[in-house]
Design a protein around this ligand. Structure first.
Ligand code: MRU
Length: 412
């Protein structure tokens, strides 16, 4: 099976149906924003970066189709209204991951800027959107590789085991790999990078109840890449950290929204792991692209947490062991709770910044200052010094020389 959640070429988009993974590899064609809305809402596509990219590409595909059939209005203003409506609709699919609304506002701003130009046609507006959506797909993989690099480097430099010249184990939660992004992954990208550098003793992944993204998706990716790994249920994490021989030196998770103060919304169960990490003196890291950082949300208190259906807790779906006798998979739904019990099913929780040691982004790792506060704004400055994200405050010419020498990375 392949590790691609998104298959795209201009005018054609397919998404891997993650409800069937790891048992069956089925791709669903996405022809419109409406198809994407359903794929996201029904969890066939998931993971904060992946849902944002699929939403953007679905609009690109829809606009491309309208152009091909000669149905796109030539009036730029009409195309703008059409795009705005589609973006608002797409954003309504899931509320917690900010990447989706971030992608939508970037596309919205692009259209608004374009129609300021006198004589702009509807087709030019559509082409801008298609190009921007395609760029998001390309950028995500590149950003994830940088996240992997910075995260692995940080772990090597800041965890006692690595400082003693030994390899450590890393625990992760939910799925943050190729299937949750355009490729490589965020937290799982850090694990991949450690493994590629021969700096990883072992990876542990949680099952991630109730939706089992860990046992179904992360475990699948770890097995696929032949990374030495072990699956645990969520409730085993404390025992794992207490077990000295497990050598867990860091917990690395992804994020759905990082507030300006560093409070982080991620898959339910993340907060519990951060509390455990603090108790056991294990480093706790969040790995996420800057598209997941929401400077407009001041703290975790402002983050809307999606609540999902009871049935996700009371039932489990999977193939019957032994199949149906003919070799074909026989998918079944099993009840795992007492009939009539009330259920609370928040899809995410918020980990306070005080429990987070570092936020790994594609431009470096943000750490807290001596007062325990994160400062995430500099991550968005254009002049970032590679390897840290210290801002370059020298003269313009010096900056240009450093940039030419590859010493700085221009982002933002
Ligand atoms: O509900 P899901 O499956 O979309 O949740 C996914 C997560 O919470 C991930 O950990 C998060 O989006 C980070 S993805 C790189």
């Amino acid at each position: 099976m392949s590790l691609r959640a998104i298959k795209y070429h201009t005018g054609h988009l397919e998404v891997l149906d993650q409800l069937q993974i790891p048992y069956v590899e089925t791709y669903n064609q996405v022809r419109s924003a409406e198809d994407a809305w359903h794929a996201i809402k029904e969890m066939r596509v998931r993971g904060a970066p992946a849902i944002a990219i699929v939403a953007a590409l679905s609009l690109a595909v829809e606009l491309h189709d309208l152009m091909q059939r000669g149905k796109l209005s030539s009036a730029a203003e009409e195309v703008e209204v059409y795009i705005e409506e589609k973006l608002n609709y797409l954003v309504s699919s899931r509320p917690t991951a900010v990447n989706l609304s971030d992608a939508a506002s970037k596309l919205r701003n692009l259209v608004r800027a374009r129609i300021q130009l006198i004589g702009t046609t509807g087709e030019e507006v559509a082409r801008d959107i298609i190009q921007a959506a395609e760029q998001m797909l390309l950028d995500d993989v590149e950003d994830n590789r940088s996240i992997g690099h910075f995260g692995a480097k940080w772990i090597k430099e800041n965890t006692p085991l690595a400082q003693a010249g030994k390899k450590g184990a890393v625990l992760t939660h939910c799925n943050t790999g190729s299937l949750a992004t355009a490729g490589y992954g965020t937290a799982l990208g850090v694990i991949r990078s450690l493994y590629e550098n021969d700096d990883l003793e072992h990876a542990y992944c949680t099952e991630t109840r109730p939706y089992n993204q860990g046992s179904r998706l992360t475990a699948f990716e770890l097995v696929h890449d032949k990374i030495p790994a072990t699956l645990i249920t969520d409730s085993m994490a404390a025992a794992l950290l207490a077990r000295k021989s497990a050598n867990v030196s860091a917990i690395v998770v992804g994020a759905d929204r990082v507030a300006a103060n560093g409070d982080t919304a991620n898959k339910i169960g993340t907060y519990a792991l951060a509390v455990l990490a603090k108790y056991h003196g294990v480093k706790f890291l969040v790995a996420a692209p800057r598209t997941t950082i929401d400077l407009n949300t001041k703290s975790g208190e402002e983050i809307i947490i999606e609540e999902r259906p009871k049935s996700e807790v009371t039932k489990i779906r999977g193939p019957r062991e032994g199949g149906d006798g003919t070799g074909a998979l026989c998918m079944e739904t099993i009840n795992v709770a007492a009939n009539g019990i009330d259920v609370w099913n928040p899809a995410f929780d918020v980990t306070p910044a005080s429990l987070i040691d570092g936020i790994i982004t594609e431009v470096g790792v943000a750490e807290k200052d001596e007062n325990g506060a994160f400062h995430l704004e500099p991550l968005f400055e254009r002049r970032l010094v590679l390897g840290g994200f210290g801002l370059f405050d020298g003269c313009e010419e010096c900056f240009d020389l450093l940039f030419e020498a590859g010493e700085v990375v221009l982002k933002g």
